[in-house]
Design a protein around this ligand. Structure first.
Ligand code: ATP
Length: 293
């Protein structure tokens, strides 16, 4: 058995997100286009002889106990396989927390995928995605990676051609948004004029970064911008930067991103905007959500 495994657990952005209805089970049906980005947490897994799960994380807002999604992923896999040993999980957070970038889901996906390798469980990717869905709607995509259309709660995935290294500027005004409260305040009447995602998907197929940026959409901007006007003004600051093809809020926010013409304009925009922001960085699209270092 390998001694330890270091996994890069990549964040995602949503290039398109529309809520298509509320289901009897209380969840919402979505139509979304996910894309992995290079920004990642480091997740280190180390097998333990005793049947226990130890968790360490360097971020003050992330719990180091059973509430951690990495812990829950390990527990789920241990119950599923019945193994008698344990695992130590160390998480170095780079993805901002509760920011619409699926940081917790990425860590959970890394634990599922990494433990399957480390302990040679022989589970298929589909097995892992089914298990992952029990932890969160974004976990299946965090196992698949690249670009994908998501339906259902986001778990019915169809792979799409990823953008080749599109430069992304990410910014967050330091507001933590609870996904559940955003969905509670979503009024369908306010969002029923949603554009569909056909043009955007066509641009993805053609590798047309400007076209993608010009056709991005997120219906959750309506309730988030109403409650947090700073998120809206940050989005428009990003959109107005030199070299920006277009900007959008990711997931339920509060992170906003812009697809940039090139690395130089991304860097320039960062140095102009970043001073007063809690989180601001440049990254690029990735064709994978999980990788070993
Ligand atoms: P999504 O877009 O899937 O809603 P998010 O990016 O908005 O996710 P996360 O960063 O995943 O949000 O964090 C959501 C909550 O999950 C936080 O309140 C955090 O305390 C908790 N959490 C549990 N485990 C983790 C983890 N490993 N990393 C980050 N947050 C975690």
């Amino acid at each position: 058995m390998a001694k330890s495994l270091l996994i890069h657990a990549h964040a995602k952005i949503n290039l398109y997100l529309n809520v298509t209805g509320k289901r009897p089970d209380g969840f919402h049906n979505l139509q979304t286009v996910f894309h992995s980005i290079q920004l990642h947490d480091d997740v280190i897994l180390r097998p333990l002889a005793r049947q226990e799960i130890l968790i360490r994380c360097d971020h003050p807002l992330v719990p180091c106990d059973t509430r951690n999604l990495g812990y829950q992923a390990a527990q789920l896999l241990m119950n599923h396989t019945g193994i008698m040993c344990g695992v130590e999980i160390s998480i170095k957070k780079r993805i901002p927390v509760a920011a619409g970038l699926a940081g917790g889901s990425a860590d959970a996906a890394a634990v599922l995928w990494g433990m399957n390798q480390l302990f040679k469980f022989g589970l298929t990717h589909t097995d892992l995605m089914c298990l992952g869905l029990q932890l969160g709607a974004d976990v299946p995509f965090c196992l698949l990676g690249g670009a994908a259309l998501g339906r259902g709660v986001g778990e019915i995935l169809t792979a799409l051609p990823p953008l080749k290294k599109a430069h992304i500027l990410l910014a967050n005004p330091g507001i933590e948004v609870r996904t559940s409260s955003v969905f509670q305040h979503l009024h369908f009447a306010l969002t029923n004029t949603s554009p569909d995602d056909i043009i955007l998907r066509g641009c993805l197929e053609n590798g047309d970064q400007r076209g993608v940026a010009e056709n991005m959409y997120n219906c959750l901007e309506v309730p988030v911008f109403l409650k947090f006007p700073d998120v809206e003004s940050l989005k428009y600051k990003l959109a107005r930067c030199d070299g920006s093809y277009g900007a959008l809020m990711s997931g339920s926010g509060a992170t906003v991103f812009s697809i940039m013409r090139d690395a130089a304009s991304a860097r320039q925009a960062t140095s102009k905007l970043c001073d007063r922001l809690t989180f601001c960085t440049t990254t690029h699209t990735s064709n994978a959500s999980l990788s070993t270092a």
